[in-house]
Design a protein around this ligand. Structure first.
Ligand code: SAH
Ligand code: MG
Length: 211
């Protein structure tokens, strides 16, 4: 098996919230974009256990790009005890809080991506205000609440270079399928022609910055 095949297989086995078809779409769109525009700085908001980081990392490694994988690692609302996506195995016995950082670190080490996927640990909005590197690719897959999702959109998308890729996860046009905020930021991205659709796979939207 090739290096890429190994990584895509490994990504499939990591805990997370990304169907394989969407993970492959992340990889393929990132790869084809960065083949023309290599050595870029990429960032994902929402790392969890590192699943999307390995899909994107496979494309980053092949194109000499670097992916910052950002998370406070304490989970979103729906990951907390009593909610739909709670996982007891991820609770730290030290303080009883959810902590995905050790699992994320093991994933990136196991994938041998430690020089390509770099962790940023903290609240997205604080990091965004102190981050000034232009981005060639941004993947928004963080908190789904209105305030958090809109904050991610407003603080991170201005950092994208013209022609760069914006990916948004959990975009559900039908309210019966999921929360509203990712869909609303997707609409806002395309509304004024600032971003153009490149690809759709499941709830993943891939856009290109036009202006
Ligand atoms: N991309 C991941 C899934 C991310 S789930 C995968 O492929 O599996 C959403 C993540 O966003 C959670 O890990 C949660 O801790 C993180 N998150 C939510 N709000 C955040 C915020 N304000 N700052 C940083 N991380 C946040
Ligand atoms: Mg998601």
């Amino acid at each position: 098996m090739s290096r890429v095949d190994d990584l895509l297989t490994l990504a499939g086995a990591v805990k997370g919230f990304m169907p394989r078809s969407e993970g492959l779409a992340l990889y393929e769109n990132a790869l084809s974009h960065a083949t023309a525009r290599p050595r870029g700085t990429w960032l994902e908001v929402g790392a969890w256990c590192g699943k999307s980081a390995v899909y994107l990392g496979a494309a980053a490694e092949a194109t000499h790009s670097v992916l910052y994988s950002l998370d406070h690692h304490h989970g979103s609302e729906e990951n907390q005890a009593g909610w739909e996506y709670f996982d007891q195995e991820l609770v730290d016995p030290f303080d009883g809080r959810l902590n995905t950082l050790p699992t994320w670190q093991r994933t990136i080490a196991d994938a041998e991506l430690e020089s390509t996927v770099i962790g940023l640990v903290g609240p997205s909005h604080v990091i965004a205000r102190h981050f000034s590197t232009p981005l060639e690719l941004l993947f928004i897959d963080g908190g789904h609440g209105e305030e958090i999702a809109w904050g991610d959109f407003e603080l991170w998308t201005p950092k994208l270079s013209p022609g760069a890729l914006l990916m948004i996860h959990d975009v559900f046009p039908d309210p019966a399928d999921g929360g509203r905020a990712p869909y609303e930021i997707y609409l806002a991205a395309t509304a004024k022609g600032a971003f153009r659709d490149v690809a759709i796979e499941g709830s993943l939207r891939v856009l290109r910055r036009e202006t």
